[in-house]
Design a protein around this ligand. Structure first.
Ligand SMILES: [Zn+2]
Ligand SMILES: [Zn+2]
Length: 246
């Protein structure tokens, strides 16, 4: 499984970058986890938009879905120009019915609701979900390759929750939102601190951690060293275009 960081900022993208978005590739299958602001421009550094099979949204905050509308426009253009005949698959939860209904569902997109009880199968990838602790309904995702059994877990947006530990168990790569520094209070905003990421990564025995949803204050290398204080395996800071092979 190949995982590419398309965007990693929390809240808004800094110049020429993007907010939360990750490209997951296995065989010919290409899936985007979240589609934050700036993601469509960044994604084209890696693949052609028409190649994308599916997008999975964790929740309806702008920093996770701002570019979904223009991504669907790209599929309208590509189908109209006969560059592809495949609609873009969009998977999202429907606990916010108004937001879900606004995703569109026609010849250019295929919108399907996911839930916690039934994993999605997209090509060789199996994707399961678990609700997180966030001000709006949000889901963490576990992506398993049925070819290699490698596991990617993406926390999406969440405060620290004990239930994330079994969900992330033995992930080959844990993409953990790290919105705050050690000693700060992430919980009241529905986010995690570096200390909580270390606790999650250690308790779940994740093999490596990628710090994402990074803040617009402080020094990110400090987040990394704070995580390393409580977690002894590999820690990386997300950066645009970074690639991880599982
Ligand atoms: Zn959020
Ligand atoms: Zn967010």
């Amino acid at each position: 499984m190949k995982v590419t960081v398309i965007g990693y900022w929390g809240a808004y993208p800094e110049a020429n970058e993007a907010t939360s978005s990750f490209l997951v590739e296995e065989g010919e299958t290409k899936v985007l986890l979240d589609c934050g602001s700036g993601a469509v421009a960044q994604l084209q550094n890696k693949i052609e938009l028409k190649e994308l099979d599916a997008v999975i949204l964790s929740h309806y905050h702008h920093d996770h879905m701002a570019d979904l509308g223009v991504l669907t426009y790209s599929r309208i253009v590509d189908i109209s120009l006969e560059k592809t005949d495949r609609p873009l698959q969009i998977f999202a939860h429907n606990y916010d019915k108004e937001a879900f209904d606004s995703l569109g569902n026609d010849t250019y997109t295929s919108v399907v609701a996911y839930n916690e009880s039934t994993p999605l199968i997209i090509g060789p990838l199996k994707v399961s979900f678990q609700k997180t602790a966030h001000p709006v309904t949000c889901y963490a995702m576990k992506v398993e390759s049925q070819l290699t059994n490698k596991v990617l877990v993406y926390t999406a947006d969440t405060a620290f929750e004990e239930s994330l530990i079994p969900f992330a168990e033995k992930a080959n790569l844990l993409i953990a939102e790290t919105s705050f520094y050690a000693g700060q209070d992430g919980r009241k905003f529905g986010h995690m601190t570096s200390e909580e990421v270390a606790k999650l990564a250690t308790a779940s025995q994740a093999q490596s951690v990628l710090l994402s949803h990074l803040p617009h204050f402080g020094f990110h290398h400090q987040l990394k060293s704070e995580v390393q204080r409580g977690y002894s395996r590999e820690v990386n800071l997300a950066s645009s275009g970074a690639i991880f092979y599982l």
